[in-house]
Design a protein around this ligand. Structure first.
Ligand SMILES: [Zn+2]
Length: 292
């Protein structure tokens, strides 16, 4: 689970702060401390506990929230749109800060991160590669669905990370056409080996196998979905194999799916950084790039 950002309200600290500056400090010491705090809060003397929490993330699923598209600025190089946000993962820390740093270190590119469906919908028209991890409820608006399918049909690149290969939405075409199936379950976080089974630009430079501490997603191939080519797989302690890295066959788009990546124990691995950079580089070289 993603670590919570809620700030606990420390009664003892507040009492110390109030008593340390109040001219009524002495009388207060003879009174019930928590009652005084309640009175102060009631009359608005304490409006916020010390500093405001500027890291709070607006809950886009809150009733009445208006998701408004924000224009993104693009520089030179491959335009990479990184889309995250949702539940059970620290999207800001790993799928934004860590992954974006990995992509910037890998080559000339312009990277933007968003958790807004409206912004992503608009930005897809400008991006070369989408790197998505989002599992946000309601992200799949009709406009986003149309924009993503148009993006794929125009031969752009798509890299789907961990939460993005789940069955997140009542949108079967997403899983059928862009994932080739999906996961509805996973092993608890634990150590396992990722075994590279195919040589490809996406797996170039990776060892034949490498150890991760991660959730092992139960990726199930959809026989009605787009065919997939498995590049790496992993097996559970019970000996059940699942695809770990795979390509999804699409008429025009280049799609790489990576089931790895629950948290920093994967995102900070040199093998994962290599894999992510490879995947984006390969995805960027599709028919859209050749047409330019
Ligand atoms: Zn996870």
């Amino acid at each position: 689970m993603a670590p919570g950002k809620n700030r606990s309200f420390d009664f003892d600290d507040v009492i110390h702060n109030i008593c340390g500056t109040s001219p009524f400090a002495l009388p207060i010491r003879f009174m019930e401390a928590r009652l005084i705090v309640a009175v102060f809060v009631f009359f608005g003397v304490i409006s916020t506990p010390r500093a405001a929490d500027s890291s709070a993330v607006l809950n886009k699923n809150a009733p009445g929230h208006q998701d408004v598209a924000v224009p993104l600025a693009w520089g030179d190089g491959t335009k990479i749109l990184v889309v995250g946000g949702g539940t059970s993962h620290d999207f800001q820390k790993w799928f934004n800060e860590a992954d974006v740093a990995t992509l910037r270190a890998a080559g000339k590119c312009s990277v933007n991160y968003t958790e807004s469906s409206a912004t992503a919908t608009k930005a897809l028209a400008e991006a070369d590669v989408l790197v998505s991890s989002t599992n946000q409820k309601g992200f799949d608006t009709p406009a986003f669905r149309a924009a993503l399918m148009k993006f794929a049909d125009s031969g752009k690149g798509i890299v789907l990370l961990h939460p993005a290969v789940w069955y997140n939405w009542p949108w079967p075409e997403y899983n059928e056409q862009l994932v080739g199936g999906g996961a509805r379950g996973h092993e608890s976080v634990g150590k396992y080996s990722v075994d590279v089974v195919a040589q490809h630009q996406v797996t170039r430079g990776l060892p034949a196998n490498f150890q991760v501490t991660d959730e092992l997603y139960h990726m199930t191939v959809d026989p009605k979905g787009a065919p997939i080519e498995i590049l790496a797989k992993a097996s559970t302690a019970r000996g059940v194999n699942y695809p770990s890295i795979w390509l999804v066959s699409h008429p025009r788009a280049r799609i790489v799916a990576i089931a790895l990546g629950h948290d920093g124990r994967v995102h900070e691995l040199p093998e994962y950084k290599k894999l992510l950079a490879n995947a984006v580089a390969w995805a960027a070289g599709g028919s859209a790039a050749k047409a330019r």
